[in-house]
Write a protein that binds this ligand. Structure first.
Ligand code: TYD
Ligand code: MG
Length: 451
């Protein structure tokens, strides 16, 4: 009965072809073409998905004191389509329920139309329970459905302040081939939602799961269609969550939201600059092998603790976590050759606290300092920060946005900041009265200064 049509779709860009290619002909990525079966039949579209029943109506929360602090999100533009992507379980549903509550709160006059939260994954009761747990007291309209046509028909009639769809992988459009979550459905549903947003002027917020297994209908495919793409990130065992803008038709992508997960939902982190410092760092007893780097992400500055452990009398093995292995090797080699550290007979372990991966060379100097500290068994006072890139001859180089980094360090009450000599000259004194800025030409000078 059903006839299968096979085609190959790139999991990176969504390019679709009638045959397999080792390298995607559109985006050039290798090994991303995935086989996709499109079933031709009449009633296969809802395979595996039952449309949950649920009625549209106001959901009345228990009257409890709200624990929510405003997350201060960018204003949701009228008629915009926003995609919030992230790994399953990272906290997307929680975040969007909180945003729905915030949008409702914003227009708290009784005339205002509601925010509608539609879930294709959970029942109205389940979403209601979650809202209860989060202490949400605003009236959000909840609906559970997988049928886009049905959803939009109901929503249009309500003409809400905003519409949340959780998630794009669980909704389908009648008359389109493939099952929910398949590439065709995901593309068509998103296009339909975009048209809906533009014609009604209702902002639509869309959740999309990113799967590690390279799900072909991952949000990558949708990035071209939507106006704004936000990704939610966070380590599995960490309570920090970050919301990163990767596409924004209305403004800058140079933004990063930092949140802390809690029993009552996500809370904006106000002292984000210091969240990557370990607890030991603030202790009075200082350990050898720790150094503080100053890293920029988006427009934010973070102080990150680098940990090093040098073990003498063993093979020269290297174990790095959170730093690119090549970069670590280079820094170790430079320390051996240009600073005279006998690291050859040492096993070197490197770790970046918080599970973050350093992508900036601005952290080089802190990495080198942490290694020196462990090797020499001399702790670095915990009120010193390091900024700078290391060159092959051991020289220190400037990195972008020195001023912003140095200023953050000063504001946090650090006593000293080690920077490249070339940067020292360009920095003014404003806001730096209480901190000593030490310009060094190379690693040797840093070692003389600090140890
Ligand atoms: P959830 O929002 O369901 O993730 P997603 O929609 O991305 O799959 O969150 C996953 C789990 O984590 C869920 O059981 C609720 C819990 N959670 C909290 O307890 N507090 C929080 O602040 C967040 C974000 C999640
Ligand atoms: Mg969810």
């Amino acid at each position: 009965k059903a006839k299968e049509k096979v085609h190959w779709v790139c999991s990176n860009c969504g390019y679709s072809a009638g045959q397999w290619w080792g390298v995607c002909r559109s985006c050039g990525e290798a090994g991303t073409m995935k086989e996709f079966h499109e079933t031709k039949g009449s009633d296969n579209k809802v395979s595996g998905f039952a449309v949950m029943d649920g009625a549209v109506g106001p959901w009345l929360p228990h009257q409890e004191e709200t624990q929510l602090r405003p997350l201060r999100l960018a204003e949701v533009n009228r008629g915009s389509l926003t995609l919030v992507g992230g790994d399953p379980g990272v906290g997307k549903s929680t975040l969007l329920l909180q945003i729905a509550a915030m949008i409702t709160e914003e227009c708290n006059d009784s005339e205002a139309s509601p925010v509608v939260y539609v879930s294709g994954e959970e029942s109205v009761e389940q979403i209601g329970n979650r809202a209860d747990r989060l202490g949400i007291t605003e009236d959000i309209y909840l609906y559970s459905s997988n049928d886009i046509e049905d959803i939009l028909k109901k929503v249009q009639y309500l003409s809400p302040r905003a519409l949340v769809i959780d998630s794009i992988q669980t909704v389908y459009l009648k008359g389109i081939m493939g099952s929910p979550g398949g590439i065709m459905q995901v593309k068509e549903c998103t296009s339909t939602l975009l048209r809906f947003a533009k014609t009604t002027n209702i902002p639509v917020l869309l959740i999309g799961h990113v799967t590690k297994s390279g799900d072909i209908a991952g949000p990558r495919v949708l990035e071209h269609i939507v106006d704004v793409v936000l990704y939610m990130e966070g380590e599995k065992y960490s309570t920090h969550r970050m919301l990163r803008a990767v596409k924004n038709r209305f403004g800058s992508t140079d933004e990063l939201g930092v949140f802390e997960m809690s029993h009552s939902g996500l809370q904006a982190v106000s002292n984000a600059s210091e969240m990557f410092l370990s607890e030991q760092h603030l202790d009075s007893e200082i350990l050898a092998g720790l150094a503080v780097a100053v890293i920029m992400d988006g427009s934010r500055t973070f102080l990150i603790e680098i940990q090093a452990l040098c073990l003498s009398g063993s093979t020269g093995s290297r174990q790095v976590n959170g730093i690119h292995a090549n970069r670590a090797d280079m820094i170790i080699s430079v320390l051996i050759k240009q600073a005279g550290l006998r690291l050859q007979e040492n096993a070197v372990f490197l770790n970046v606290v918080s599970g973050l991966t350093l992508t900036e060379t601005a952290g080089d100097l802190a990495i080198a300092a942490a290694i020196c500290s462990s090797f020499l068994e001399v702790p670095i006072p915990n009120d010193i920060a390091f900024i700078g890139e290391i060159g092959l001859s051991g020289e220190l180089r400037m990195v972008p946005r020195m001023e912003k980094r140095v200023y953050t360090v000063a504001k946090l009450g650090y006593r000293m900041c080690i920077v490249p000599k070339t940067a020292e000259k360009t920095l003014g004194n404003e806001g730096l009265e209480k901190m000593t800025l030490v310009g060094c030409r190379n690693l040797k000078e840093v070692i003389y200064t600090v140890f």
